[in-house]
Design a protein. Structure first.
Length: 320
């Protein structure tokens, strides 16, 4: 597994090539609804890439519309050619709509008539919700891992999802679904710890699906995603906080939260970071206050998110 440049002990890892430096213990398949697995499997494809230097790579993609597949841009970043594979059948990708910063690439494929997965929203999730991750670990057979949502991080008008649903190299670009079978995230990176598997929200790509001008011929992509930066200071605040928390650097976490709150006093994750740091430093009253602040802000955000989600549905109904 490759470390982000500029880090000695960086916790952000690219899951597209080599063996993980930890043992992945998948949950029992017996606990997963077989019908859900069958439906999800029908919408999963392997993403195979070839580079101009003769290199190859593999990831996972999810069918989200007729002839449209979503995957991670870090899977296809170096690609000169992209093929999709399911049950021995191959399709050539004709164009891509890359959003490298958010690590989401939409692929178009002629003649791809596989069933589309139902689209949900990361905005509807709450901490503690059950989720299911699916992909082609190490380029092998499709596998599934159950887990729960352990964190929701407000970022660019949606929420990055942290779960305990484990995934491995080859799973990048795979599906994260809620208990109703809706696609809510695309599995993207690992940041240390058994409950630190991150998925980027589907909300970031749904508006681009119908934008024909966004699709370009297949070619290598410049830049890197938001979670893969040269220095710790360039990462989003919530990933800096995850770094300090995983390493037990509570003074650094407290300082970060204070700076964060000066810039974004109503950011719930900043209050959570402060509360976690204070708790570990023995200030239980301060920790309780900070966590209460976070809960209050989240309640407001959840209501706002619900209103935003409901609005397009009402407009669509009236348009009919």
């Amino acid at each position: 597994m490759r470390n982000a440049p500029g880090f000695t002990n960086c916790l952000i890892h690219l899951l597209s090539g080599s063996v993980l430096g930890l043992v992945i213990s998948l949950n029992s398949f017996a606990e997963i609804d077989r019908a859900v697995m069958a439906q999800l499997s029908a919408s999963l494809v392997k993403v195979q890439i070839s580079t101009s230097q003769g290199g190859v790579g593999v990831g996972t993609g999810v069918v989200v519309g007729r002839g449209k597949v979503i995957t991670n841009c870090h899977v296809t970043k170096e690609a000169e050619r992209i093929q999709l594979v399911q049950e021995g059948i191959q399709w050539d990708v004709t164009a891509s709509a890359p959003d490298m910063y958010h690590d989401l690439c939409l692929l178009t494929v002629s003649g791809l008539n596989l069933p589309s997965i139902k689209l949900g929203s990361a905005r509807k999730l709450t901490v503690g919700d059950e989720v299911l991750a699916a992909g082609f670990a190490f380029g092998g057979k499709a596998h599934f891992s159950q887990g729960k949502v352990h964190g929701l991080y407000a970022f660019d008008n949606s929420r990055v999802i942290r779960t305990s649903a484990q995934f491995a190299p080859g799973d990048s670009g795979g599906a994260l679904i809620d208990r109703d079978g809706n696609l809510v995230g695309i599995n993207s990176f690992f940041a240390g710890g058994a409950s630190s598997f991150f998925a980027v929200p589907v909300d970031w790509f749904v508006d681009r699906m119908a934008n024909r001008q966004a699709y370009k011929p297949i070619a290598p992509i410049a830049d890197m995603p938001f979670w893969y930066r040269p220095t710790l200071a360039e990462l989003p605040m919530f990933l800096q906080a995850a770094n300090f928390e995983t390493q037990g650097q509570w003074n650094n976490l407290l300082t970060l939260s204070e700076n964060w709150l000066r810039n974004e006093p109503n950011h719930p994750e900043a209050w959570i970071a402060r509360g976690n740091a204070l708790k570990q430093m023995g200030d239980n009253n301060g920790a309780s206050h900070a966590h209460d602040q976070a809960s209050t802000i989240y309640a407001i955000l959840d209501q706002t998110a619900a209103e935003r989600i409901a609005a397009p549905t009402a407009l669509t109904a009236s348009a009919k």
